[in-house]
Design a protein around this ligand. Structure first.
Ligand code: SME
Length: 175
């Protein structure tokens, strides 16, 4: 797939960061997120705050948002920032559906190299690399998945996985 789509005026292409730069940016974003959320328990308030502040501090976050579990094996789009997100994803389909089914984080270096419609679902052809992390509540139930896209290849690595897994546990499993 080589199609690209014109980016809306409010969206900028990604800029990759080095490992140390990522650690600094995540530390600043995490502090701002936890300070802003405080004792708030409403999941929507938490999700919109996470999307906004991570996109503010991390310049390779092109699309950032949540897909939430609905019923037995469906994901429905939740709060996000970026270009139009697909509304529904079945468990086992695309990167989000695969993570919802396996419960394990997945990093994709080049989404254009995956089988479209099965291994990857292209909501926006500008998305090139991706990370998807499962999101659980304090009782261990799967709330959904957290999805981040970049317009560059290989923007995500172990640093993103560690930082995002820890942040989502800190925000969604705290009593
Ligand atoms: N690419 C995802 C679909 C969601 S968009 O990235 C917003 C996937 O393959 O599951």
């Amino acid at each position: 797939m080589s199609a690209t789509a014109e980016m809306p005026y409010f969206i900028k292409p990604s800029q990759n960061l080095s490992g140390p730069e990522k650690r600094t940016a995540y530390a600043e974003a995490r502090a701002a997120i936890l300070a802003t959320i405080g004792d708030e328990q409403n999941e929507t308030v938490k999700m919109v705050t996470i999307n906004c502040l991570l996109k503010t501090y991390l310049p390779y976050y092109y699309w950032v948002g949540f897909y939430l579990v609905r019923g037995e094996n469906q994901l429905v789009v939740g709060p996000y920032q970026g270009t139009l997100g697909c509304l529904y994803i079945e468990f086992g389909r695309g990167v989000c559906g695969t993570v919802a089914a396996s419960g394990v984080t997945k990093i994709v270096d080049d989404a254009h190299a995956l089988k479209q419609g099965t291994e990857h679902i292209a909501c926006d052809p500008n998305s090139r690399s991706e990370i998807v992390v499962p999101v659980r509540r304090a009782d261990g139930s799967l709330m959904g998945v957290f999805d981040v896209d970049s317009t560059l290849k290989a923007s995500f690595d172990q640093v993103d996985q560690e930082e995002l897994e820890q942040l989502l546990i800190a925000v969604f499993t705290k009593a």
